[in-house]
Design a protein around this ligand. Structure first.
Ligand SMILES: CC(=O)N[C@H]1[C@@H](OP(=O)(O)OP(=O)(O)OC[C@H]2O[C@@H](n3ccc(=O)[nH]c3=O)[C@H](O)[C@@H]2O)O[C@H](CO)[C@@H](O)[C@@H]1O[C@H](C)C(=O)N[C@@H](C)C(=O)N[C@H](CCC(=O)O)C(=O)O
Ligand SMILES: Nc1ncnc2c1ncn2[C@@H]1O[C@H](COP(=O)(O)OP(=O)(O)OP(=O)(O)O)[C@@H](O)[C@H]1O
Length: 511
């Protein structure tokens, strides 16, 4: 793949991004990168980021990069073309898409944003579309990125939504691997950082929004968080909205502003206030310990045309999973997948670390779930309370360091509302002291309502919680899902994951 330098300046000018172009020699660009260590001969290097240093640009030049794109000039760098732009992230997304020859044009893209449920909905949608497309659906999720059918074409994700260059690189790889569809998660950071600038989706979902990701490295306030998320709708050819989301009026307005009404779909719970205007409603039929059954009704003519109404079964419990599954059925339906195929596919979908359960002989049921903010932990615990009114609920939980600091008090609040016992432990402490994080959670827990024990060693905390639990009581291992590491002092320290730890503890206890 090649970019012509003159073409780059034209593209940047067209988007009013180019401040200045210093062309030393007019060569073709044969590589693009933002990582100096990966720079190549005749490559284009993007100078971006909070911790950027001129040494990186020097290294890129030494490795052969001939052009740099930057918001500031580096006069000390001689013998390189310089494209000075007003926004390097936007420039990188535009030039990245051009370099990889617009792979998005060869993919039907279903995109999800929302505070909660992106990964689950993406997995459900892909589960259906894999059968509909004969295994030609790629996935860009928080858990993993799957670019093709072979095991080596999938890997663990570092970000929910990758940097633009990685995004377009991976889309191109997916197309080259024969993929025709892509299901992807779009984080608010992706818009804040222009990782998806210029990208259009065939179907864009707004699942829900509650305060989260507000802090020094993320969003300055809730208004900014909502604004970033709404951008997804402006860039979607068809929009699907959860009518039960907070801020629905603003969400609906954003969708209507740029998408014709016949391409805007609303879904809601059947008994919700928005049901009257919803195109699709859903209601629970039956829930067991491991399965839930629900019914989807198509109210409007455009929803009926999709052929998705009927009864469905999920191998995952939790009323929030029915919400995510309804979204997925609509997304797959808009891609063409009909009812029977969706029904048969959905029942088999497994989402790593989301509502996994282990039924023990003597120690009750253990639930492992990724709930890691107020809204998701509340959704999880209120559901389990409602399903098991006679059970005592023990929660093993910690809160991360250096981000989402408000979660500490939020966790205390939700534990006060729904738990009987809490084991406070370690969860990605980063550069903070986990003892201090646990103490901050504990300080807001009402000891009259919740018995608190702090055990920083996560495996030991899980063991203690399960050991002391008896049927019909429940243990919830919250917030880490299937994470296979703890982030400690900037290092991803291997951790066997909560599911494996729980299995091992139960095996030892019941041997
Ligand atoms: C705040 C944020 O979005 N930061 C991301 C951003 O960092 P940055 O652009 O500031 O880059 P930096 O780390 O300061 O490094 C500066 C630059 O020097 C380059 N470099 C560095 C070293 C070197 O030797 N040579 C070199 O060229 C780096 O490649 C980089 O381009 O670009 C990096 C990739 O280049 C990301 O890894 C990093 O994500 C950080 C780790 C992160 O945690 N981001 C979170 C907040 C995030 O994006 N989360 C969302 C989900 C949350 C949500 O729902 O909003 C996500 O999509 O994952
Ligand atoms: N629709 C929903 N509403 C509220 N909570 C949900 C919903 N769907 C899932 N959850 C809860 O949130 C947790 C995370 O779900 P999921 O990974 O699908 O969300 P996400 O949007 O990808 O989250 P994150 O951005 O934190 O990675 C689940 O383990 C579950 O407890």
């Amino acid at each position: 793949m090649t970019l012509i330098l003159h073409g780059c300046t034209l593209l940047l000018r067209e988007h009013d991004l180019l401040k200045k172009a210093e062309i030393v020699f007019d060569n073709d660009i044969t590589a693009v990168t933002y990582n100096s260590k990966q720079a190549q001969k005749d490559g284009m290097f993007f100078c971006k980021g909070t911790h950027f240093k001129v040494e990186y640009l020097k290294q890129a030049q030494e490795l052969g990069a001939s052009t740099y794109v930057s918001e500031v000039e580096y006069p000390e760098i001689k013998g390189m073309n310089a494209l000075i732009v007003t926004d390097v992230q936007k420039a990188m997304a535009l030039l990245g898409a051009a370099f990889y020859e617009y792979p998005q044009n060869d993919l039907f893209i279903v995109a999800f944003t929302g505070t909660k449920g992106k990964t689950t909905s993406a997995y459900f949608t892909r589960g259906i579309l894999q059968n509909y497309t004969n295994k030609k659906t790629a996935l860009f999720s928080t858990i993993d990125r799957i670019l093709g059918p072979k095991p080596e074409q999938g890997f663990k994700s570092d970000l929910t939504t990758p940097e633009s260059l990685d995004l377009f690189h991976d889309m191109r790889a997916a197309v080259n691997n024969g993929m025709t569809h892509l299901v992807m998660e779009v984080s608010s950071q992706a818009y804040k950082r222009n990782r998806v600038y210029g990208l259009q989706y065939d179907v864009g979902f707004f699942l829900n929004i509650t305060p989260d990701h507000i802090g020094p490295n993320e969003h300055p306030n809730f208004a900014d968080y909502l604004h970033c998320k709404l951008q997804l709708l402006v860039n979607s050819r068809a929009c699907v909205l959860n009518g039960d989301s907070a801020h629905f009026t603003e969400i609906y307005q954003a969708a209507k502003a740029t998408t014709p009404p016949e391409k805007v779909y609303v879904f809601s719970r059947q008994n919700s206030p928005q049901a009257a205007m919803a195109d699709v409603t859903y209601q629970n039929l039956e829930t067991t310990l491991t399965e839930s059954e629900f019914q989807l009704t198509a109210a409007s003519a455009k929803a009926q045309a999709l052929d998705i109404a009927g009864d469905y079964k999920l191998g995952l419990v939790g009323d929030f999973n029915e919400e995510d599954a309804t979204a997925a059925i609509l997304g797959a339906g808009l891609a063409g997948a009909p009812y029977q195929l969706a029904k048969n596919s959905l029942v088999d979908v497994h989402v790593p670390g989301r509502m996994e359960s282990i039924t023990t002989q003597d120690h009750g049921i253990i639930y492992i779930d990724y709930a890691h903010n107020y809204a998701s932990l509340k959704a999880l615990l209120s559901f389990l309370r409602q399903q098991n009114p006679a059970a005592q609920v023990t929660v093993v939980v910690g809160s991360p360091g250096n981000k989402g600091v408000s979660r500490r008090h939020d966790f205390a609040r939700v534990l006060n509302e729904f738990a009987d016992q809490a084991y406070l432990t370690t969860d990605d402490p980063g550069y903070e002291d986990p003892t201090k994080i646990a103490a901050e959670i504990a300080a807001k827990i009402d000891p009259q309502k919740v018995a608190v024990t702090t055990i920083l060693d996560r495996q030991a905390a899980i063991k203690a919680a399960i050991e002391h639990n008896q049927a019909p009581d429940i243990v919830v291992l919250a917030a880490k899902g299937a994470d296979a590491y703890q982030k400690v002092q900037g290092v991803d320290t291997p951790y066997p994951n909560d599911i494996n730890v729980a299995r091992k503890v139960i095996q030892e206890l019941e041997a």
